[in-house]
Write a protein of this length. Structure first.
Lengths: 274, 292
């Protein structure tokens, strides 16, 4: 950057573009505070007259069991992400610390799961989950996301770069595999595990199509499905829909604002895995 | 894969036990459904999803003869052809703008990457209102008179606006970290040689980050190919099929009408297209992409 002036022009331009990118979110949030009369008034505005009108948010929580939806989504997102990481960690451990027949083939078999887009598999997976009697259960919603090939790959890279003698020393002290994983490897990989957890959590929190397919009863829906139901429910309108969208957004956005560095840390790694 | 920290030992069942959970789910929920889809696409299947006989290529012949399919294929390819280049140009531009250190960098980096955590359902609903011809703000602000999702000529443009927005966050971050990983002294020496900023970008930076560009193009093509959620929420494939994509067609024929063999045939077609485009890109990679 040559001059102070050039630097500030660049900064101002970037912030303006940033506002442009975020405008739809701002518009949605502001619209959620409007009354029905205000919403249909011409000309349309972005800002509400005041922030005192909270009836839309009230409607979101009274027309739908929204708290229940939040609970469902939280339970599914936490347990499926934890299982996904645990499974990936075990697999990465096997690939790094053992030599065995078929290692290369199995490694590529697992990485190959990334080549098959999950959307093309939904119909047949639905049949499987239905046969297993898992429709309308938390396990049914989470089970298709247990395989995390990219997580496995990143954990493997991490273990490979960690000091080699640790495991030998632990083994000499009589520390078995399970204890080594639980008390040495996992704590040692905490920062990476946290990053991978946050990324996978947000993706699961935002999932739409699969939870829509495998839940039939009203109580088992997730937040993302709940808010789209607002468009067809009686007694709801545009402003209620916006309030619903805002409510569903808030957890993931807050998480991102506070933990952006942690959430985005391994992004470039993903590009290298391909 | 020969990299390992363990010395070679005699046969042990242990590593297989550690791999078992991941293998079970990879086979059960990725490879098994894939093979079943392949099989169903060449079979007759009843409404319970059970295979009742061999159909050869009948399902495909039936599928290809339907107008719905050619419309869906055309829409999907159109979506890909417009979405991917625009996404790449926008996110590459934003990342280039942010690649230099700046006192405000964490502010605008947060702004550009935030869309990656916004759920598809939320942003679709917001666009539904923002682009609404009677109460939405966009038409009013830009002085337009466009029906967007309610008009078959403009519904796809509305979907494109939305999907391009959704792709900003993640791709921006990928390009940003690619720019940041370039050695700074090289750019300095380019500047000393009198190369302008754009010249440096085109002649030096872009060739160096071409692996990331290829990755972004590839993943976005697959993602565009799989576009379904916004269509389910906003247009249900309409008006008059103008936004029916392949995956939406698969969803409606498989889930809504229980025609599993047809759904399997559509998903095989989508899969084959994805594979074709990836192979084409990787063929290009061999000749064009520069690895450091």
């Amino acid at each position: 950057m040559k001059s102070k002036k050039g630097e500030w022009t660049l900064g101002a331009l970037a912030v303006c573009l940033g506002c442009l990118v975020l405008f739809p979110l701002f518009y949605g949030l502001m619209g959620a505070f409007k009354s029905p009369a205000e919403f249909v008034a011409w000309p349309p505005t972005v800002l509400p007259r005041s922030f005192g009108y909270l009836k839309n948010f009230e409607t979101v929580f009274t027309q739908l069991p929204m708290l229940r939806y939040f609970w469902n989504t939280l339970v599914v997102s936490v347990f499926s992400t934890v299982i996904k990481l645990a499974i990936a960690l075990l697999a990465a451990y096997a690939f790094v610390y053992f030599d065995f027949a078929g290692k290369k083939a199995l490694f590529f078999l697992l990485l190959g799961t990334m080549m098959l887009p999950p959307d093309t598999l939904t119909i047949t997976n639905y049949q499987t989950v239905s046969h297993l009697g898992l429709l309308d259960t938390y396990l049914g919603i989470g089970i298709v996301s247990f395989v995390g090939a990219s997580q496995m790959f990143m954990l493997r890279q991490h273990f490979l770069s960690s000091p080699k003698p640790i495991r030998e020393a632990a083994q000499m002290d009589g520390c078995g595999d399970v204890r080594f994983i639980a008390f040495i490897l996992t704590p040692m990989s905490m920062p990476l595990l946290l990053t991978l957890f946050l990324q996978a959590f947000v993706i699961q929190w935002n999932a739409y199509l699969w939870p829509l397919l495998v839940t039939n009863t009203n109580e088992m829906r997730t937040v993302q499905i709940g808010i789209t139901m607002l468009t067809t429910l009686e007694g709801t309108n545009y402003e209620t829909v916006l309030a619903g969208a805002a409510v569903a957004l808030i957890p993931a956005v807050l998480l991102f604002l506070f933990l952006r560095k942690a959430i985005t840390r391994t992004m470039s790694g993903g590009a290298i895995v391909g | 894969m020969s990299r390992t920290i363990a010395p070679r030992r005699r046969f042990s069942v242990k590593p297989y036990l550690f791999l078992l959970p991941m293998l079970v789910f990879a086979v059960g929920f990725v490879y098994y459904p894939f093979l079943k889809t392949c099989l169903q696409s060449v079979s007759t299947v009843n409404f319970r999803g059970e295979i009742t006989g061999f159909a050869g290529f009948d399902n495909f012949a039936y599928l290809f003869s339907r107008r719905e399919f050619s419309i869906a294929l055309e829409n999907t390819v159109k979506l890909m052809a417009i979405n991917v280049p625009i996404t790449v140009v926008i996110t590459l531009g934003l990342a280039w703008l942010c690649s230099r250190p700046h006192p405000l960098h964490s502010v605008y980096e947060t702004m550009f990457s935030l869309p990656m955590v916004v759920s598809m359902a939320s942003i679709s609903l917001i666009f539904k209102v923002l682009l609404n011809p009677s109460v939405g703000w966009l038409n009013y602000a830009l002085g337009l008179d466009i029906g967007w999702y309610e008009d078959r000529h403009t519904a796809m443009s509305g979907i494109l606006l939305l999907t391009i927005w959704m792709g900003i966050g993640f791709n921006f971050l990928l390009f940003l970290s690619a720019f940041r990983s370039l050695p700074p002294d090289m750019l300095g020496s380019a500047a000393l040689d009198g190369a302008g900023k754009f010249r440096t970008l085109i002649r030096i930076q872009l060739p160096l980050i071409s692996p990331t560009v290829l990755y972004v193009v590839c993943t976005n093509m697959i993602q565009a190919m799989m576009t379904n959620g916004p269509i389910l929420i906003l247009t249900q494939g309409g008006p008059s099929r103008s936004t029916t994509t392949l995956i939406y067609l698969m969803y409606t024929s498989g889930y809504a009408s229980s025609n599993y063999s047809l759904a399997a045939a559509v998903s095989m077609a989508a899969f084959a297209l994805t594979l074709l485009f990836s192979l084409l890109l990787f063929g290009m990679e061999k000749r064009k992409v520069h690895y450091q």
